[in-house]
Design a protein around this ligand. Structure first.
Ligand code: CA2
Length: 161
């Protein structure tokens, strides 16, 4: 639906494995369950979601660049790339969009190497430790942050008239 605002929800490596291991840390829900909860939120709010997962850093960077042209905001769980990826940080910073970083687990309660997030420097806000509900909270926040925004391509067209 071209008239609806699109929010990108991007998921990093191994999140496709949710629900199969470590339920004490990540819960029992699968990524498909989380996508369904996000889709229900989107229906209620009249917003279009583009929900994706990749195990490849470069693909996530490509999607962030794509969001710059067609989305009004990015919700991202960069998973392990949170703690390593300057490439994802740079892409998010260049996107010029509101960004909500989300983590299922409370990364600050876990191993020391998870306490630092490169991505947070480019995030408008961060939600962690609230399990899958964190995604819906991130979308609620995004609805406010992206309030009056239009995707870049649409804004350009409007200026040409
Ligand atoms: O808490 C989060 O959402 C994380 O982003 C999840 C990442 C982790 O590296 C971050 O430190 C925190 C891990 C996602 C992989 O999750 C799996 C779940 C079940 C089985 C295998 C992996």
């Amino acid at each position: 639906m071209p008239d609806r605002k699109t929010i990108f929800v991007l998921n990093g490596p191994n999140l496709n494995m949710l629900g199969t291991r470590e339920p004490e840390i990540y819960g029992r829900e699968t990524l498909a369950d989380i996508e369904a909860a996000c889709a229900a939120w989107a229906d209620e709010h009249g917003v279009r979601l583009d929900f994706r997962q990749s195990n490849r850093e470069g693909e996530l960077v490509d999607w962030i660049q794509e969001a710059r042209k067609s989305a009004v905001g990015i919700v991202i769980n960069p998973a392990a790339y949170t703690h390593t990826s300057v490439a994802i940080l740079d892409a998010l910073a260049a996107a010029g969009l509101p960004v909500v970083e989300v983590h299922l687990s409370n990364i600050h309660k876990r191993e020391r190497f998870r306490h630092h997030s490169y991505v947070s420097r480019a995030a408008t806000g961060v939600i962690c430790g609230l399990g899958s509900h964190g995604y819906v909270l991130a979308l609620d926040a995004m609805a406010r942050l992206a309030g009056g925004r239009r995707p870049a391509r649409r804004a350009k067209k409007a200026r040409r008239r």
